[in-house]
Design a binder for this molecule. Structure first.
Ligand SMILES: CC(=O)SCCNC(=O)CCNC(=O)[C@H](O)C(C)(C)COP(=O)(O)OP(=O)(O)OC[C@H]1O[C@@H](n2cnc3c(N)ncnc32)[C@H](O)[C@@H]1OP(=O)(O)O
Ligand SMILES: O=C([O-])CC(=O)C(=O)O
Length: 374
């Protein structure tokens, strides 16, 4: 029988392998990528530097970074065959399904032939994901066939430029960069674990990432940023938020954007994105959504000792930048791809097929009765 309290259910608290990529909650609430604190990276690095760090174990010097960005820049466009597939996906499709299909289809066109091509495959996806998301979105929602290449220096700026058809402000570029850094890597979370299980069968990079996208889609994981936005938009004021949330808790509903499987008192990414959300609210000229979000945070802590995870203030931050809610989780994909791919590479470097056991809870052995007697 699985003992839920000692970590049986959901494999909570059980080590499922080793990684040198990330620590989560090691000192209570900390998060490090390859030894660097996430707040240090968010203050002093770019997302491309973090991607390089995760794929190579070290931050790049200026020459390495310039070279890496040039390599990514050259791979932003999409093959015509992929554009044609994206054109056929309806506007009411879930954008995470679009990302899943886009990733999988690119794997048909440009397969990873052997593991010596793993960096190439990861970088291709990193460069192409913003265009996959925006090409489909603009075509299906506005009938516009966008140019998938921009002259934006960063992946975050490139995404905003594709979405809005014009260069973003410096502040919005920076917020996207920080957001992509915060979402980049998180040890053995559900989607990364999916990618590692897939990698452990010696499958290809595109299959590992496609499976991970499907896992991130759920509202208990990456889908929570979108679900949190839907929730806070229903609240008319901070007071209304508290009343409605009390009702939700009473009905035993999960409040999206709160709680965490590993952190116990706070998620270190929250304080960073919350500060940006406040700045964006002031720039936006209407802070009501931010004020409601703060009321939600206070209420959940006071009543349940539950804290905001990375997703909660991402919702208002993205909203203030004019990003459609349905694209929130696909942005997470554009970022977490780096963590997923780094874990695939790490798994491959010291692989044994991941195959745990199960505690059997079914019937005692029995005989098959003839069908006429059942
Ligand atoms: C980037 C990310 O993926 S971060 C996570 C994003 N997901 C969400 O925001 C969805 C909402 N949150 C949740 O569903 C959960 O907190 C999870 C999935 C993140 C973690 O789940 P668990 O590890 O099972 O949570 P945990 O063991 O801490 O739960 C403790 C108790 O708090 C409750 N709880 C936890 N989170 C919430 C929540 N958001 N709303 C209401 N109650 C909650 C649980 O139901 C549990 O109650 P119980 O003991 O009566 O059963
Ligand atoms: O670690 C987890 O379980 C979920 C999470 O915060 C993430 O993947 O960023």
């Amino acid at each position: 029988m699985v003992d839920k309290k000692i970590g049986g259910a959901g494999l909570r608290g059980q080590s499922a392998g080793e990684t040198s990529l990330c620590t989560v909650g090691k000192s209570g609430s900390g998060l490090t990528y390859c030894g660097y604190d996430v707040s240090d990276l968010a203050d002093n690095a770019s997302f491309e530097e973090v991607a390089y760090l995760l794929f190579n174990g070290e931050l790049p010097n200026q020459t390495q970074l310039d070279h890496y960005k040039t390599e990514l820049f050259a791979q932003r466009d999409l093959p015509q065959a992929l554009k044609e597939v994206l054109q056929r996906i309806p506007a009411d499709a879930h954008p995470m399904d679009v990302m899943r299909t886009g990733c999988s289809f690119l794997g048909n066109l440009e397969p990873e032939n052997d593991f010596s091509e793993q960096n190439q495959a990861a970088n291709r996806l990193l460069a192409a994901f913003p265009a996959i998301m925006c090409y489909w979105y603009k075509f299906s929602h506005e009938g516009v066939e966008i140019d998938c290449v921009t002259d934006e220096d960063s992946i975050g700026g490139h995404f905003l430029h594709l979405l809005n058809g014009k260069a973003p402000s410096e502040q919005h570029r920076r917020v996207m960069d920080v957001s992509l850094i915060l979402y980049a890597e998180h040890e053995f979370n559900a989607s990364t674990f999916t990618a590692r299980v897939c990698a452990s069968t010696l499958s290809d990079m595109f299959s590992c990432i496609t499976g991970a996208i499907g896992t991130l889609r759920g509202p208990l994981h990456g889908g929570a940023n979108e679900a949190a936005m839907d929730m806070i938009q229903q609240f008319s004021s901070p007071e209304d938020a508290k009343i409605q949330m009390a009702g939700m808790l009473e009905r035993k509903e999960k409040i999206m954007g709160f709680g965490h499987a590993i952190y116990r008192t706070s998620d270190p990414r929250n304080v960073i994105i919350k500060a940006w959300s406040e700045k964006l609210a002031n720039e936006f000229g209407d802070t009501s959504l931010y004020d409601i979000s703060v009321a939600c945070e206070e209420f959940m802590w006071d009543t349940k000792k539950l804290f905001c995870n990375a997703d909660f203030f991402h919702a208002s931050a993205y909203h203030f930048m004019g990003i459609p809610t349905k694209l929130f989780t696909p942005i997470f994909v554009c970022s977490r791809l780096t963590g997923w791919a780094a874990h695939v590479m790490e798994q491959r470097s010291n692989n044994r097929i991941i195959r745990p056991s199960a505690d059997y809870t079914g019937s005692e052995p029995r005989k098959v009765n003839p069908i006429s007697e059942r």
